[in-house]
Design a protein around this ligand. Sequence first.
Ligand code: HEM
Length: 475
Amino acid sequence: MATAPGITQWIPLPYGYLREFLRDPIAYQLRAREQFGDVFRSRIGSLVHFLYHPDHVRRVLYDHQKNYPRGWHYRLLRNLLGDGLVASEGDHWRRQRRLAQPAFHRQRLRGYAQAMIEATSRMLARWDGTALAGSGMDIGAEMSHLTLAIAGLTLFNRDPSQDADLVGRTFGVLASYLEHRFNHPFASLPAWVPTARNRRMKDAARTLNGVVLALIRERRCEGRDRGDLLSMLMQARDEETGEVMTEDQVRSEVLTFLVAGHETTATALTWTWFLLGSHPAVRRRVREEIGRVLGDRLPTTEDVPQLIVVRMAIEESMRLYPPVWALAREAAHEDEIGGYRIPARSTVILSPFVTHRHPAFWERPEVFDLDRFTPERVAQRSKGAYFPFLGGPHQCIGNEFAMLEMGLILAMVLQRFDVELLPDPAIRPKAALTLRPSAPVQVALRRGSPNHPHQRTGAACEFSDVQSSLSGPGC
Ligand code: HEM
């Protein structure tokens, strides 16, 4: 077996590729793929193979996935969140996945959709009450606020996006800690060293854990199904053993859903606005569909599958800007990929960002083109060429939830407003915890429904119209 091309010698910090990787991992990977091809090896702390060909993605995620468990990055998550789905492996992961899966069944999604519509209606009512003409709006901040509200409502029937909410504030501290650790792996001291950042993180983790445990106990004393994810996790019973989750396991999963589901969805939406906002013809096409399917009425879960162009816009946006831009796995045993040796215990990195722009699989990869996602073209495409939600056994459990949420939000906003980008040439993808825009995405909103452009819309989407199925009396 041959050794993959790339960087074979140890490179002293902070020179050469390593410095480039730390500064801009996206540019590093694009440059290295051009220079070395679909498999290249590097030394970033330890031996790493970057794999970009869809066949290699398939081998790691599907055909040979048992040889590629999650690596050290995920241990960091485990220390912070406990043994939740994103951080676990093996039998424990399998059991937790079996228990959590029913929480994402189609019937359950209908209940979550009510919370999504409720939170979006509130945001639109606030936008409606603001003087919008001509002024820019930071759509990324709005989407982050909105998806946090939705996460709180669907998880435990509470809106943590308010400034005064303890969950929202402590969650913000944890998210920025994780981001720092992932992006500056060599610059951050281990969690046990009492630096100011580590102390802040530990305080926040203690507080957040305390709040979530209190919610679990409150729910236990209440003893009824509120239709949210927390109720589902608490009721879940293993069909094989009859076991339920312990309090600690429920707490880990709740925190995992919060971390895994909030920023990914906010980032995907922000990039979708960025792209739609700068492509008026595509926006017209999307709005035309929304006008035709929905008119001025509120969407329902059943409408979302009819919004085919909306879905294609989200998929194409996640092709160009996948929120999870890279993933690491560790080879348990030696393997051969693309004719090259992958040694045991070395790291492999898959990069949705680079594979989604691979010129051999995507014609004019830089162009925003919705028609790449027509059913016919999707059916022709290699399975490993597009994987924003991953694939195989560890495929994102919140995939359908996120697609529903994004579809409803896009439809409700575009039903009421035209969203135009205020161009900023400085915006480019920045590899943070997710793939964020490097500067705030500013948009201008113009009121007007797709059927009556640039007039005030009627009473569609009024918050008071929405009866949330998630609310109920306290314990
Ligand atoms: C656009 C939005 C989202 C994207 C792009 C996304 C992407 C991903 C990816 C790439 C993974 C695989 C991570 C890995 O194994 O290394 C993953 C796993 C996961 N995601 Fe998502 N996700 C999104 C939304 C959500 C939502 C809304 C939730 C929950 C409500 C969620 C919960 C999870 C969980 C629990 C896992 C671990 C699954 C397992 O290993 O069994 N995600 N997601």
